[in-house]
Design a protein around this ligand. Structure first.
Ligand code: KG4
Ligand code: ZN
Length: 344
């Protein structure tokens, strides 16, 4: 089954065709990073306008070797995300579904991230799933694609958001994660001097699976204000921030693995590209004999292949709720209400 999916939840316009949730037949992504760089973050209004102007080009790039007639279902991210941006992708996918008389599958963005490592790996259930991105930091116990137990999440900033805010404060640019990752390779972890007394947050039992990044961000900024900054010092600042942020992430994740006696971990989202995190995961794999799965770098950040993959498992679970008839019914019945002057 070939699914064409559209992802426009934030600042990436992405279209992909994936066969049976596994084989990526095409993946075209246009990133708006260059546009938002000047603002040190994503500007929602600018993001949605750029999705509008780029989507057709990206769609054409993704369908070079296939005709749209060959697509079995159309899917799009329908949330969470920036509402104006989501509307561009969902309306385009719904329109294609109507034109080609195929099912339309709305897909949850967090579940798509969780699916990404499944594209290239054969992963058994159950496992502990961690989504670490710019908007989310969430731990789940995953027993199947459809039995997912929420364990905990950030109580304030997401981890990627903290990377972005620290980079912004230091004038390093946007997005902060990859920049800090790169710069910190030459920094030194030293928690004795400038970074002493920064303890990892939420050690209470009730917060066993929760995260917090706002306090860490403020603690780093507070210390930086007292330092004479230069390139060399910045390398150490970001190295220590990255160390603390990632160790906090792993701390809570290991709590969940231990408590549920699971030895399988699946990590996804933009921050799962972080090289220090990946190095630590290699250590943990060996030390604790845990299977660890991540997606390849191009599938860590927002992309439509993971949306098509998740759409496939959602469709298989209950094809009838996505049938062309039920989709048409819902769209046209609402339209008929409008014609009759009734509120639907
Ligand atoms: O998953 P994603 O593309 O979008 C959201 O759904 O949020 O994640 C973007 C986030 C940004 O905050 C970015 O700074 C962070 O992922 N990120 C990284 C790295 N690459 C991207 N954070 C740390 N290290 C990286 N290498
Ligand atoms: Zn995302």
């Amino acid at each position: 089954m070939k699914i064409l999916a559209i992802e426009t939840s934030c600042d990436e316009t992405s279209v992909s065709i994936v066969e049976d949730g596994k084989r990526i037949l095409s993946l075209a992504t246009y990133s708006q990073i260059e546009i938002h760089k000047d603002f040190d973050g994503v500007v929602p209004e600018i993001a949605s306008r750029n999705h509008l102007s780029k989507l057709i080009d990206v769609l054409e790039n993704s369908t070079k070797n296939l005709t749209l007639n060959e697509i079995d279902c159309f899917a799009a991210t329908n949330g969470p995300g920036l509402v104006g941006s989501l509307l561009v992708g969902t309306n385009a996918a719904k329109t294609l579904a109507l034109i080609f008389r195929k099912p339309y599958i709305p897909v949850n963005h967090i579940l798509s991230h969780m699916y990404a490592p499944h594209i290239e790996n054969q992963i058994d259930f159950p496992y502990i799933g961690l989504v670490a991105s710019g908007g989310h930091t969430i731990l789940f116990k995953v027993s199947s694609f459809h039995e997912i137990e929420f364990l905990g999440s950030t109580i304030d900033d997401a981890i990627g958001e903290a990377f972005d805010k620290i980079a912004k404060f230091l004038g390093l640019g946007y997005p902060g994660g990859p920049i800090i990752d790169k710069i910190s390779t030459n920094g030194k972890i030293d928690l004795t001097n400038n970074f002493s007394n920064i303890t990892l947050p939420l050690s209470d039992e009730k917060d066993r699976y929760n995260f917090s990044y706002s306090g860490l961000k403020t603690a780093i900024i507070y210390r930086v204000k007292k330092m004479n900054l230069n390139e060399e010092v910045i390398k150490h600042v970001v190295k220590n921030f990255q160390f603390l942020a990632i160790e906090h992430l792993l701390d809570k994740t290991l709590n969940a693995l231990n408590d549920f006696r699971l030895n399988r971990l699946v990590i996804s989202g933009g921050v799962s590209a972080n090289s220090y995190l990946r190095k630590r995961l290699e250590d943990i794999k060996k030390e604790k004999k845990i299977e660890v799965y991540t997606a390849s770098l191009k599938l860590c950040s927002d992309n439509a292949a993971m949306v098509a993959g998740r759409a496939y498992v959602d469709y298989l679970k209950n094809p009838s709720i996505f049938s062309e008839e039920s989709f048409k019914d819902s769209v046209f019945s609402r339209l008929s209400f409008i014609k009759k002057g009734k509120r639907g």
